[in-house]
Design a protein around this ligand. Structure first.
Ligand code: GLU
Ligand code: MG
Length: 446
């Protein structure tokens, strides 16, 4: 049961009234599909209770819409049938003048949860953690690239990473982003110019798993709209321009039981407790088979290369930015406490699936007492590490054969992901990267 299903009529009515008093005219309810694209439907405010209780219709093929508007129909996901998108109005936030957004979930017409619902899949992993007596926090980083309206770079003077000059050139955008996040009640942890030309990064604070994935969707909407209001665009492509820095969507995970954090206060490496070591081991162990859910698009392998700080090596290490799993210790400089960062994730992934599988793999490690492999303390030596798939098709083959992915997410979601990503491989896989980067530059923008 997700929180959405437990909302009472009175709660829904109160939320609707609050939206009305704030001048809202329309509620946008969104779902993010298996290619990582967020899609939605709108209702005027008097239809909000119906959007929550009965939902608005969507063909099952919504799950297999592709990055370029193609549809990767499967025998199960076709033109016949109907799903309902239901929203949680208690989570609504303003995103534009008169428009609020709320997260949505897929249901069958009879009101039972759909097996294709990625928010529901994440809620199941969150409930599993709670059943194990664990509390979970997830913090998301959003890297993106600011564009001119025609999709080219938004600034033409030479770029300088993290520079005051280049960041102040975007001061109007940064101000707009800050105002919109404040209006939406979504705190910004930090904001800065990144390594790539016109690349921006915004970090969100740690939140419970479902709220964390919702916050990624909301943040993508707010960033995209802030840019548009300044006559700019935002790209959430893993590779907006061939040969330039890629965009990551790193996720931080911390776990605690009633005795405290699992990744600190123990006698294991860097103070990890035994369960914390198993959680990290589970994450590392799962990487090859789950890569297609973390960085599964046709452009993802172009970003996921050694030297890009994208975590292209299947290993873990304290503060190691080339390791797929980077451990951050409990120090004064880290007020949120010890956590692990999954660096392989990029913004072409569905954030609900990325968080669900990251958490699921950590919980598998705890339950199965997976043994922690040796730490990698330097730039990883690919020759001695368990390899990650290096092509999209290899990542898809590993996912196809993954009993773990099917257990964590169900056959429906795994089959849908395989369908949309295979479509990408067939449609774009043989084309030059520069063409594909251009074609998909705005594919994940909200
Ligand atoms: N842009 C890099 C990536 O694609 C990450 C750089 C960093 O460590 O922040 O993941
Ligand atoms: Mg970064």
């Amino acid at each position: 049961m997700t929180a959405l299903q437990t909302r009472t009529d009175a709660e829904v009515e109160r939320s609707t009234q609050a939206l009305r008093e704030a001048g809202t005219q329309l509620l946008l309810g969104s779902v993010t599909d298996l290619a990582g694209v967020t899609r939605g439907k709108y209702v005027p405010l008097d239809r909000v209770p119906a959007f929550h209780r009965s939902g608005m219709g969507a063909s099952p093929s919504w799950s297999v819409f592709c990055v370029d508007s193609g549809i990767a129909f499967t025998p199960e996901l076709g033109v016949v049938g109907d799903l309902r998108i239901r929203v949680d109005p208690t989570q609504a936030r303003p995103v534009e003048d008169g428009v609020a957004w709320a997260p949505g979930e897929f249901y069958e017409q009879d009101g039972t949860p759909s097996s294709m619902c990625t928010r529901g899949a994440l809620a199941r992993q969150a409930a599993r953690a709670a059943d194990l007596g664990l509390s979970v926090l997830v913090g998301a980083e959003l890297e993106c690239t600011v564009l001119a309206p025609d999709g080219s770079h938004s600034t033409t003077s030479p770029w300088s990473p993290y520079s005051v000059r280049t960041s102040l050139a975007h001061a109007g955008l940064l101000r707009e982003v800050t105002a919109r996040f404040a209006a939406a009640g979504l705190p910004i942890e930090q904001l800065h110019d990144e390594y790539g030309h016109d690349q921006l990064e915004l970090s969100l604070p740690p939140l419970p798993p479902v709220e964390a994935a919702d916050a990624v969707v909301l943040a993508r909407i707010l960033l995209s709209r802030a840019a548009e209001s300044q006559g700019l665009r935002i790209s959430f492509s893993p590779v907006p321009f061939a040969g330039e820095a890629g965009n990551g969507a790193h996720l931080h995970l911390s776990l605690a039981d009633e005795e405290g954090p699992l990744l600190a206060g123990g006698d294991g490496p860097h103070g990890m407790r035994e369960a914390g070591q198993h959680a990290v081991a589970g994450l590392v162990d799962s990487l090859p088979e789950l890569l297609a859910l973390h960085a599964g698009s046709v452009l993802s392998p172009v970003r996921l290369q050694p030297g890009n700080w994208a975590g292209a090596a299947a290993c873990w290490g304290l503060e190691n930015r080339e390791a797929a799993v980077r451990l951050l210790g409990a120090t004064q400089g880290n007020p949120h406490g010890a956590n692990v960062e999954l660096k392989v994730v990029d913004p072409s992934t569905n954030p609900y699936l990325a968080v669900a599988t990251m958490l699921g793999a950590a919980l598998d490690g705890i339950e199965e007492k997976t043994e922690l492999p040796a730490e990698v303390t330097d730039a990883p030596d690919g020759a001695t590490l368990p390899p990650l798939p290096t092509t999209q098709r290899d990542a898809l083959a590993a996912l196809d054969g993954s009993a773990r992915a099917r257990r964590l997410l169900g056959d429906g979601i795994v089959g849908g992901v395989l369908a949309v990503r295979t479509y990408e491989a067939d449609t774009f896989g043989e084309r030059p990267v520069a063409d594909v980067a251009e074609a998909l530059r705005l594919a994940w923008t909200c």
